[in-house]
Design a protein around this ligand. Structure first.
Ligand SMILES: *[C@@H]1O[C@H](CO)[C@@H](O)[C@H](O)[C@H]1NC(C)=O
Ligand SMILES: *[C@@H]1O[C@H](CO)[C@@H](O)[C@H](O)[C@H]1NC(C)=O
Ligand SMILES: *[C@@H]1O[C@H](CO)[C@@H](O)[C@H](O)[C@H]1NC(C)=O
Ligand SMILES: [Ca+2]
Ligand SMILES: [Ca+2]
Length: 496
């Protein structure tokens, strides 16, 4: 009898199937509520006594993390009617309203998390007639369908492709022989794993409250994902290796989808899975971004420059006393693969909203760790190399000039060729709604011509601050590809 007396709320049904279908998360889970911000979901409550909205007050509390805080936007108290007093600087205000189809003891409440709520694992409580009841525990993720969300994407066909499509194509090969490979992005179980990635990040472990509060922003979140896909400096997902033998793991060519990699990482206690190369890093990152609701696609750049000394030229030295090459830290990959994530850039200006380059392959340091981006594709196109993040590095990947020098025994050198067209070709991604290749080179580069290039140079040189952000670390093993292209160049040279 006592229990009946205590619990005025008899039943709570969070309607997982209905709510997940409305929030486009039904392919991610059928048992766990997964909600997107800026969109309402319904909870069905059954009370002991008929509910009288004029008389009784429902007070809800949504919390994120162990020390939720109203001013940081990780805690909100809200009600029906909403009598709750809030500090003027309280962030991320949730809303609740009664659904009109309530009857007697059965009440349907529509709850709306704000479009700028930090993403993560939330708890929701109800206080009614002085009793507290836990209503549920669920992940809240980004919402590209919501106009107020900073990852809003206007076109439904594009959202289907860049958020929900599990079957992807990643382009490999060379510019003259582009070969597609299928990649399975997966969705099932992915949200839990993607959130785990955020929760084991050094950003979270050093300051959980600060990290959780910052997660309202896809710029911040995607920059963390970029570092957490590689295992350098943290408990990231994949260990990179660029040459065999691949002892103690799988060759990067073994993988054909993200789920087996992410699941393995999760199951073995967040230890790195071996081994990845650029397309594996990018494929896995794309899955994690999509699982958190940020539209994402995988991009392949052919003849991709890795300009280690940051002077926008790739310098290759050939010795005149044999077919021996003199090592240079600069290299050109036959192809390199990265991601683009879709988001607004309120930190810059509206012209830089949209696609942002994010590269999880460990190459150079950015803010002290191996990560890259988000770098607005528009900034790369227009040579705005002073903008955050890592624009000069990506700019060089698609624009660097190649200089080939012949070095004489007495030490002097002579330029044998300068090629300003070779780097950054056939930039490719999968088409929306089909497996065809879509050439988006024009998104990154104006038609090759001296006028533009002369314009860029001073801007790049002027910006010492951004340039010093690039580190000296270099993937010299990337040269396995380079050698092929260099020797074919040499073959041409010697057949002349
Ligand atoms: C770029 O830097 C390398 C190495 O520091 C140097 O040898 C080369 O001459 C430089 N190229 C230009 C065009 O400044
Ligand atoms: C070095 O050798 C090359 C080729 O033999 C010659 O053209 C050049 O003048 C020499 N340079 C110097 C400084 O001796
Ligand atoms: C790649 O780009 C080069 C240079 O623009 C072009 O000649 C070549 O046809 C392109 N390859 C494909 C497969 O489109
Ligand atoms: Ca890392
Ligand atoms: Ca260089």
């Amino acid at each position: 009898m006592l229990t009946l007396f205590l619990f005025s709320v008899l039943e709570v049904d969070v309607k997982v199937a209905d709510n997940n279908a409305k929030h486009h998360t039904d392919l991610m889970s059928t048992t766990q509520l997964i909600m997107r911000r800026g969109q309402s979901f319904s909870i069905h409550l059954k009370f002991k006594e008929p509910f009288n909205p004029g008389v009784h007050n429902l007070v809800f509390t949504a919390t994120l993390g162990n020390i939720p805080d109203k001013i940081r936007g990780t805690k909100c108290v809200f009600g029906i009617p909403d009598f709750v007093k809030r500090a003027p600087n309280a962030k991320a205000i949730w809303k609740a309203e009664l659904s009109p189809d309530q009857k007697g003891r059965n009440v349907v409440v529509n709850i709306t998390p704000p479009a700028d709520a930090p993403v993560g694992k939330y708890s929701l409580f109800l206080n009614y007639l002085g009793e507290d009841k836990k209503l549920g525990h669920f992940p809240l993720i980004f919402n590209p369908w919501c106009t107020d969300d900073s990852v809003y994407m206007e076109n439904e066909e594009k959202i289907q492709e860049y958020v929900l499509n599990e079957r992807g194509v990643i382009f490999k090969g060379s510019g003259n022989y582009i070969s597609p490979m299928f990649w399975d992005y997966g969705q099932d179980d992915m949200v839990e794993i993607a959130l785990t990635l955020l929760y084991v990040s050094p950003e979270h472990l050093t300051n959980p409250m600060k990290d959780e509060a910052a997660r309202y922003n896809p710029i911040y979140v995607s920059r963390i994902i970029s570092r957490m896909i590689n295992s350098d400096e943290d408990r990231g997902v994949l260990k990179g290796q660029w040459e065999g033998p691949y002892i103690g793991g799988m060759s990067p060519t073994h993988w054909s989808g993200s789920y087996p990699i992410l699941k393995r990482w999760y199951n073995i206690g967040c230890h790195p899975v071996k081994f990845g190369q650029c397309w594996v890093f990018a494929g896995v990152m794309c899955s994690v971004m999509r699982a958190l609701g940020i539209p994402c696609r995988v991009i392949t750049n052919y003849e991709s420059a890795h300009d280690c000394d940051k002077n926008l030229t790739i310098d290759v030295y050939h010795a005149d006393w044999g077919v021996k090459e003199i090592p240079s830290p600069d290299s050109i990959w036959t192809f390199h693969v990265w991601c683009e994530g879709w988001m607004k850039r309120p930190d810059l200006s509206p012209e830089f909203d949209g696609w942002q380059v994010l590269d999880p392959t460990p190459q150079e340091l950015s803010g002290g760790v191996h990560r890259c981006g988000p770098a607005p594709v528009k900034a790369i196109l227009n040579g705005n190399t002073d903008l955050d993040y890592d624009v000069p590095f990506v700019f060089a990947e698609v624009n660097a000039d190649c200089n080939d020098y012949l070095v004489f025994k007495n030490g002097s050198k002579k330029t044998i060729s300068t090629d300003s067209r070779r780097v950054g070709q056939n930039i490719s991604t999968k088409s929306v709604g089909s497996n065809k290749r879509w050439d988006i080179t024009s998104h990154y580069k104006h038609t090759e011509g001296q006028a533009h290039r002369i314009k860029y140079r001073p801007q790049v040189k002027k910006n010492k601050l951004s340039l010093t952000r690039l580190s000296f670390a270099c993937l010299c093993s990337a040269n396995s590809f380079t050698i092929v292209t260099k020797s074919s160049f040499l073959a041409q040279l010697f057949s002349m």
